[in-house]
Design a binder for this molecule. Sequence first.
Ligand SMILES: [Zn+2]
Length: 444
Amino acid sequence: MNPTRIWFSIAIVGVSSVVAMGQARPLPGADLQQIYERLLPQIEKIAAFDHHAHPGFAYDPDVDAMAAPPGSVPFRERDTNPELIAAAKALFGYPYDDLSPEHAKWLTQKKAELRKQYSGTAYFDMILDKLNLERSVANRAMMADYLDAKRFPWVFFADAFMWPFDNRQQRSRNPDEEVYIPLQEKMLHRWMQQEKVSKLPADLSSYLSFVSRTLEDNQKKGGIAMKFEVAYFRTTRFSDPSRQQAEAIYKKYVAGGVPSPEEYRTFQDYVFRFLITEGGRLLLPVHIHSAVGIGDYFSLTESGIMNLENILRDPRYKATTFVMIHGGYPFEREAIWLASVKNVYMESSYQEIAMYPSEFSHCLKQWLETFPDKITFGTDSFPYNEVLGAEESYWLGVQSARTALAAALAEMVSMGEVSEARALAMAKAYLHDTATSIYEGNTH
Ligand SMILES: [Zn+2]
């Protein structure tokens, strides 16, 4: 008998209601719809913590540290999705059924009026209130003065430290990297300005102290975690080079010259491991983009979540809390098993947008049935364009997640897997408590 079986037997003996429910059934009963109708309003009442979003206005380049290249957009994410009209109706009383240019003008004017009425940080606070979001992570290049830091905790980007050299070869890999890599250079430059570092430090030790100072200062400015979107820029397979190797490469290229792809990767592997170790020292959780990405050149093979298994299961990083942003989608069924590691959490944003609630509820159910105490909710809200903003994006994420969650839990209740009370406790953990517990006490 394995330890899980022993624990399960004790649970059955100890909790009589579990015994009364008996063996779980493979099909839901006729009560499924009623259970769903009972659960949904209670789930809507849970003030949620959105663990991943890019709040801001479409004109603001700091909503992310990178830009979207032109590429194929999956069906539901296109701005022609009629659900976005439903979002505008629900949030702003939009009176039309299409987004023709003259009708769209109504919406932009309505938002402009509301921004006057709710000036400063009040506008986005009002949006959160409407959606019953207690707080929403702002994963942004820099914070905006129109976002209330109490409601929008900042998660800053840490990728740029891995691209300090001449990036000619890195950029030329494909048209997307031509867009991404210069933005990483810009981000590194901004961190250097912030730390009053005018040029790259002479040796690796001083470079790494500049990196640490930036992390510490960002944490002092309110940063609650560091984020990697490294999957967009290179493979997520990280080797384990020695400090001497990294030192030699730094010395060779600090003053110029184009590193070979192998040299650059070796250096980056070292810096990435340094950064996540710092995340443990500073109690600064590490968020990692772990799903398929936008653009037509994103490599699912090179950047799939399972490539990170050697990092996540490495006891040297057990002091670091990892949050796998987007939960490895479309490999979320494998990814959930990485949450068996004590310091690894899953975050489900983007899945609730890429899939419709009917399909997302199946993924969520599998997660709830595996490690319900390690999964967290997020919207990945992002301003679509001048007309459809982060507001509509929040609405779609929140509505999709709450309805899919109610559907997944209703099935679990109807099939005799959990009681209704247990289902609601799971909902609260997923929508709020598990994520907030990660950050409680993480202040120095
Ligand atoms: Zn995102």
